[in-house]
Design a protein around this ligand. Structure first.
Ligand code: 2NF
Length: 305
């Protein structure tokens, strides 16, 4: 009797008069339905409009970590006398200036909170500008540690050589591409940053200020460069006594420009109109020596090394 009852509810019996095949179909149907119910809202929540494509290279990989590391290196090791700086706060203000924003509509105001967190004094007579002479100017301040290029100050040190931009449709950085300042737009997050920090660097300069210029190119003083466009016009004549230019020629190059060339004369006239005295020296000897250290065998270095 017990055996009979057992066999009457055997597994072979379709439940509720539904065949096994129908049961499987229903399972698959409800499974798919649940998957769709979950996937659609998740998909909607996760969907991001594609990031805009630009002609310039994208944000430097690990930008946030690099900025943070450089901030700590600068404030703890390079210039500890600066006192406490909140690097976490500084890097947050840096990224906040451009994240979730149109990278072609960047403004000086975007970087204002960052500027306020990174105020840094440069002693009078110790500011060194450069234009088309990055390597040489930095070789010089590496030796003359009392002198400062923008990249020897906290913000310049943190940002030098990096690229960054955001996107209005995303809270992420755009690692694929960023606007090229020549081909896409001039008011891009990257250029506006350098214009803003270069402007403050020039506004803060006092006493005799210096600039290393490249006499081996045609436009030694380029009015469209950051130096020619921003820095020269933001020097304060009431506290800057003189601008001293050092026009350097590459070792072995055919000289193109010198202190007597028309582009340097143009710089002189601009400064005259701004009531700033100008002086110029070709191949300033201490910097020439550094060039010769890198080219010891060259005939033009014979008298030095
Ligand atoms: O990357 C930097 N460290 C940097 C960039 C721009 C400006 C530094 N600066 C500051 C420095 F402190 C110097 O005093 O400006 C001065 C040098 O700039 P410059 O434009 O007079 O000199 P260049 O050798 O012509 O340019 C330096 C670098 O800046 C780029 C250029 O491609 C080169 O890599 N650059 C120049 N103008 C712009 C711009 N409007 C630019 N990058 C983006 N937007």
């Amino acid at each position: 009797m017990a055996n009979h009852r057992f066999s009457s509810v055997s597994e072979e019996e379709p439940c509720c008069n539904i065949s096994k095949k129908t049961q499987i179909c229903l399972c698959v149907f409800f499974g798919l339905l649940i998957a769709v119910i979950i996937a659609v809202p998740v998909g909607i929540l996760m969907w991001r409009p594609p990031l805009k494509q630009w002609k310039g290279e994208g944000t430097t990989a690990h930008l946030y970590e690099i900025l943070l590391g450089r901030c700590y290196t600068y404030t703890q090791i390079v210039r500890p006398e600066l006192g406490h700086k909140d690097c976490q706060k500084i890097v947050k203000a840096f990224t906040k200036a451009f994240l979730s924003k149109d990278p072609c509509s960047s403004t000086e105001q975007d970087y204002q909170p960052l500027m306020e967190l990174t105020d840094e004094p440069v002693p009078c007579n110790k500011t060194l500008f450069w234009s088309k002479s990055s390597e040489l100017a930095h070789d010089y301040t590496r030796v003359r540690q009392d002198m400062f290029t923008l990249e020897d100050t906290l913000l310049g040190y943190m940002a030098d050589g990096l690229k960054w931009c955001g996107d209005p449709g995303s809270s992420e950085m755009n690692y694929h591409s960023c606007p090229d300042w020549r081909e896409d737009c001039s008011n891009n997050s990257f250029s506006v940053f350098w214009n803003t920090v270069s402007k403050r660097f020039a506004e803060d300069a006092c006493g005799v200020v210096h600039v290393v210029l490249n006499g081996s190119i045609r436009n030694t003083f380029d009015e469209r460069s950051t130096f020619g466009r921003v820095e020269v016009f933001n020097l304060h004549p009431e506290k800057v006594n003189r601008l001293q230019a050092w026009v350097m020629h590459d070792i072995g190059s055919v000289h193109s420009d010198s202190c007597s060339s028309s582009s340097i004369n143009n710089l002189k006239q601009i400064l005259k109109r701004r009531s700033i005295t100008f002086s110029c020296q070709n191949n300033y000897r201490p910097i020439r020596l550094l060039q010769c250290v890198k080219n010891p065998g060259h005939s033009s270095c014979g008298s030095y090394i």
